[in-house]
Write a protein that binds this ligand. Structure first.
Ligand code: SOE
Length: 389
């Protein structure tokens, strides 16, 4: 039987529930070197944390994350809190010799992300590993897309066209949840959605974004204050508070490789629920993906006879595709929650091998630098802004 690793989860709302599901199922689907034990779940409200621990299958609950970090039974700390607490918890956990999985974006500022990346590099010398939870890298279709690019099937990459479209705050009466507050979330659609696009674009192309020109907008500047919330849903009272983040962020980009990119992240695309789309065009072919049809990848091979070339819909549901063989018979398809299971599977495999999992905190810092450059460019009337390497 595989050895066990004790996990401590900090935060239990939407992402905490998604991660709980992953820790609960990973060893049933995959052959992993360590079996996760759900030791303790942490949240500030004792009654709510106790209820969440019972519902999500954690052995105990805690109200102070420091006690999770200090718990001898915990070997890995999973951070699913808003961005304002990522750095403090991650630094303490790494210092205590605990492996860390941290939700995206890595931090709320570049300075915090730099401190986290430095601490992660130092901890890795002692065999302590860390990873950022950019779960969309683990969509089988996108992992497969990366392998096509890495095999050279797209040739030289010229364009990345990326959009992340949601509509859950179109109604101006939607409450002022933490994702709309800069001190908690760091930024709005940019950090929440754009961070995924930036990570994926850099992951798929294998090249970093070197400069940007951006616009951002906050369409609804005041919203009712929250009275209670659960996941993305919330109820509101009568008094209003200020929205301090962007509702939408659009930018053009250059990659170090010479490719050009266009990016759009918004929560105001009425009718688009979780439409994370990315298209990559290269000298030898193109690929296109939309999360709303997450089991499909569209691929055009430009080396074929033009008479019968053209985009082909590949159903990424075959055992030969990344992660898929662990699940159901061919053609049965996977969902959002599997991306988190794949993420913790890869982390556990890296722990077993004694290797550094990806995306690393250094990758998270690279994304943070792009987000920061986007905000600086938008504040300077879209001035071209170089992203430090
Ligand atoms: C909310 O916009 C959200 O849950 C993001 O925070 C996630 O990262 C994304 O996967 C889905 O949408």
């Amino acid at each position: 039987m595989a050895d066990e690793i004790g996990v401590g989860l900090v935060g239990y709302a939407f992402m905490g529930a998604a991660h709980s599901q992953a820790w609960r199922t990973v060893h049933h689907a995959f052959d992993v070197p360590l079996t996760p034990r759900r030791v303790v779940l942490c949240g500030r409200d004792a009654a709510a944390a106790e209820a969440a621990a019972a519902k999500l299958g954690w052995a105990a609950f805690e109200t102070d994350w420091r006690r999770v970090v200090d718990d001898d039974e915990v070997g890995l700390v999973d951070i699913c809190t808003p961005g304002d607490t990522h750095a403090e918890i991650a630094l303490a956990a790494l210092d205590a010799g605990k492996h860390v999985l941290c939700e995206k974006p890595l931090a709320n500022t570049v300075a915090e992300a730099e401190a986290m990346a430095d601490a992660a590099a130092a901890a890795a010398e002692r065999g302590v590993r860390s990873m950022v939870a950019f779960n969309y890298r683990r969509v089988p279709a996108l992992a497969f897309a990366r392998s096509l690019v890495a095999q050279g099937r797209l040739g030289v990459i010229r364009h990345v066209r990326a959009q992340y479209l949601q509509d859950w705050i179109v109604d101006p009466a939607f409450p002022l949840v933490w994702r709309l507050q800069k001190d908690k979330a760091g930024s709005g659609a940019l950090g929440d959605l754009g961070a995924h696009l930036v990570d994926l674009a850099q992951f798929l192309t294998g090249s970093r974004i070197s400069g940007v020109s951006a616009v951002t907008e906050t369409f609804v500047r005041e919203r009712p204050l929250v009275t209670s919330s659960s996941g993305l849903a919330a109820s509101a009272g009568a008094s209003l508070g200020e929205v301090t983040v962007d509702d939408a962020a659009l930018f053009t980009a250059r990659f170090a490789s010479g490719a050009l990119g266009s990016f759009e992240a918004t929560r105001f695309a009425a009718g688009r629920k979780n439409s994370m789309r990315i298209e990559v065009n290269g000298s030898a072919g193109s690929l296109a993906f939309d999360f709303e049809a997450m089991n499909e990848l569209h691929f055009h091979d430009h080396t074929l006879d033009p008479a019968d070339a053209g985009f082909r819909r590949i159903l990424v549901t075959e055992p030969a595709h990344p992660y898929v063989g662990a699940w159901w018979p061919p053609g049965h398809g996977l969902g959002y929650e599997h991306t988190f299971t794949h993420e913790v599977r890869d982390f556990l495999v890296a722990l077993g091998e004694g290797s550094d999992p990806a995306p690393s905190f250094a990758d998270g810092l690279r994304v943070q630098r792009v987000l920061d450059a986007v905000e600086r460019s938008a504040a300077a009337d879209s001035a071209w802004t170089v992203v430090p390497n």
